[in-house]
Design a protein around this ligand. Structure first.
Ligand code: NAP
Length: 243
């Protein structure tokens, strides 16, 4: 059963909230009465996102891969109810022979180590009955050729989610695992290549399309509100694991 009055007057912090899935979470949470705090590395994008979410929203530029910056951000933030971590940068997909291992470490720096820092410094400020929602991806369960690093990060986040749910109880910790979603994450591709990706993946899926950020955001809201779910990864992938 959802607890209390849903998200009304809850304080929801979204790291990676200036774009894509995080921005959609921020907008949906705000539309349900939450007071949203958005953070990402670009002050301009944070400002634009805050304006698009509405008057109650706040924002701050924080590079979440900088541990000290994350610690400082949370030390000044005060208490809050829900932490969402959805920061991520464009993926570099290569077969293993062509994988630059230094670049591969960057994928872990942002998606794993930064998420861990956010939880370490943020969780002491989370109010009773609050929660944390992390972000993984369906590549962990359904890797394709060229996805060795991305799949490894996703599997790590799923294990982290279960471990944190035990470690931080009674704070609930869950994750969302999207399939391919139409966001800025794919902006490092040319327009034609991106269109081909969306069409080919979309056509291969039972739902006949790739995801939109709003599709995925609903799972984060579900996990914030569902007081009996912890340690879980909710898959919203259009049926990717089935094909
Ligand atoms: N889109 C997909 O198909 C898909 C599928 C599976 C999983 N995911 C995962 O979902 C997460 C969100 O992706 P998205 O699709 O919403 O991508 P997106 O639209 O590019 O959003 C990524 C967010 O992360 C922020 N960010 C990047 N580097 C940061 C840093 N160093 N510090 C703070 N914030 C930073 C970006 O803002 P700034 O640039 O302003 O910093 C932006 O707000 C990622 O972890 C991604 O891997 C996405």
């Amino acid at each position: 059963m959802p607890r209390g009055n849903g998200l009304q007057d809850k304080r929801v912090v979204v790291l990676g909230g200036s774009s894509g899935i995080g921005l959609a979470v921020a907008k949906q949470a705000a539309s349900q009465g939450a007071r949203v705090v958005i953070a990402s590395s670009s002050p301009e994008r944070v400002q634009k996102a805050v304006e698009s979410v509405g008057a109650e929203a706040q924002g701050q530029a924080v590079d979440v891969s900088d541990e000290r910056a994350v610690a400082t951000f949370f030390s000044k933030l005060g208490t809050f109810d829900h932490l969402v971590f959805s920061a991520g940068d464009s993926l570099h997909l290569h077969d293993l022979a062509g994988t630059d291992l230094q670049q591969a470490r960057r994928a872990f720096a942002l998606r794993y180590w930064a998420a861990l820092a956010a939880v370490k410094y943020g969780s002491p400020q989370i109010r009773k009955e609050g929660s944390i929602v992390l972000t993984t991806g369906i590549a962990g369960q359904r890797p394709r050729k060229g996805w060795v690093i991305a799949a490894s990060v996703c599997g790590t986040i799923e294990a982290l989610t279960r471990a944190l749910a035990v470690e931080l109880a009674p704070i609930r910790v869950n994750a969302v695992s999207p399939g391919v979603v139409r966001t800025n994450l794919w902006q490092n591709m040319g327009a034609a290549e991106r269109k081909h990706l969306y069409e080919s993946v979309g056509n291969s899926l039972p739902v006949g399309r790739v995801g939109e950020a709003d599709d995925i955001a609903q799972a984060y809201l579900f996990l914030m509100l569902e007081g009996f779910a912890t340690g879980q990864t909710v898959v919203v992938d259009g049926g990717t694991v089935l094909v």
